[in-house]
Design a protein around this ligand. Structure first.
Ligand SMILES: Cc1cc2nc3c(=O)[nH]c(=O)nc-3n(C[C@H](O)[C@H](O)[C@H](O)COP(=O)(O)O)c2cc1C
Length: 325
């Protein structure tokens, strides 16, 4: 898949997820096969740029390029300024969020709330596209609610505004995360646009990824929740798409090594205090299918130092080599 000047290694993308797709997680998913990993959303409001949370979101370790930063907001000038700021900080692409139903974002008339105002959408897209020299992409839902499903018109506006790729989450804003995502809308949009179109929503296995690609003819797919505690889904999906065969799922040893690396990365990225807290939910996701997961989660949530958190994980997944020694 090609977006602007960038030829991606494949068409399987990690979805932006606030509080999840920070630099350590993006790096891991890319190493395990994601063709692109979109950052957490950064609110375009300049008064928020100095907050520790936003600073962390702007910060990236040695990430694979291209780096995509997602921005959200409702004021065309402020969005343009936010895009410029992120490009100055090293973003290779800017993604605009018009798909997030979160109250904080919707109440600010940003995210998916914007879908109601097509003129404003056009002004924002144009303003951001002319502000930066890098490709600008857009992520939307299928509409505001079931009576206002205007993704087709927004898609046209996006292409006419110079947007270089469009992701469609197959739900309306009002649907939040209920029911099953539908991909018929994205297929219809794909058939009339010439920019790359990406399908998103409920893609949780290599087989589902292959089915969505085949049945919609979209250029790429984006995976969110199915990657939580399971960054291997990217290599498994890439392998299935290339060979039609399923890869073996990771064994305990690989889960242990990846989780330890991820948690150490979080400690380093956020510092021990915030890193320990950020790691807790990831540990829960990685371990949810293991025996005694609940008791272990309760125990590991008590850990107050980075070393203790690491030791508890090592104890939960004993290293076969250490046991043999
Ligand atoms: C915890 C969480 C945080 C999210 N944050 C964002 C965000 O910051 N920006 C955005 O465009 N979508 C956000 N989303 C939506 C996802 O990008 C994606 O569209 C949605 O989860 C559907 O894909 P999935 O079924 O593969 O999870 C978030 C979703 C989750 C679960």
């Amino acid at each position: 898949m090609v977006i602007g000047p960038y030829k991606l290694k494949n068409n399987i993308l990690l979805a932006p997820m606030a509080g999840v797709t920070d630099s350590p997680f993006r790096q891991l998913c890319r190493e395990l096969g994601a063709g692109l990993a979109v950052s957490e959303m950064v609110m375009a409001n300049p008064s928020l740029w100095k907050s520790r949370k936003t600073q962390n979101r702007l910060k990236a370790l040695d990430e694979q390029r291209p780096r995509v930063v997602q921005i959200a907001g409702a004021n065309p000038d402020v969005m343009a300024e936010a895009a410029r700021l992120n490009v100055d900080h090293g973003a290779d692409m800017i993604d605009i969020n018009m798909g997030c139903p979160a109250k904080k974002v919707s109440n600010a008339m940003a995210g998916s709330a914007l879908l109601r105002d097509e003129l404003l959408v056009a002004r924002i897209l144009r303003s951001v596209v002319v502000a930066v020299a890098v490709p600008v992409t857009l992520k939307i839902r299928t509409g505001w609610d079931m009576e206002h499903r205007n993704a087709h018109r927004i898609a046209r506006i996006a292409e006419d505004s110079g947007i270089q790729a469009l992701t469609v989450h197959g739900r309306t804003r009002a649907c939040r995360f209920n029911g099953q995502a539908e991909h018929r809308t994205v297929a219809e949009i794909k058939s009339v646009l010439s920019i790359p179109v990406i399908a998103n929503g409920d893609i949780d296995s290599p087989q589902q990824a292959a089915y969505v690609l085949r049945s919609t003819a979209v250029d790429g797919i984006m995976i969110g929740r199915a990657a939580l505690g399971n960054p291997w889904i990217f290599r498994e999906t890439a392998y299935f798409l290339a060979t039609g065969r399923l890869m073996a799922v990771p064994g305990t040893r690989e889960i242990r090594a990846t989780l330890l690396r991820h948690v150490r990365g979080l400690h380093e990225f956020y510092g021990a205090y915030a890193g320990i807290r950020m790691a807790r939910k990831h540990i829960g996701w990685y371990c949810r299918n293991q025996t005694n997961a609940r008791a272990f989660q309760a125990l590991v949530n008590q850990a107050n130092t980075a070393n203790e958190q690491i030791r508890l994980i090592q104890g939960f997944f004993p290293d076969p080599q250490e046991l043999a020694a």
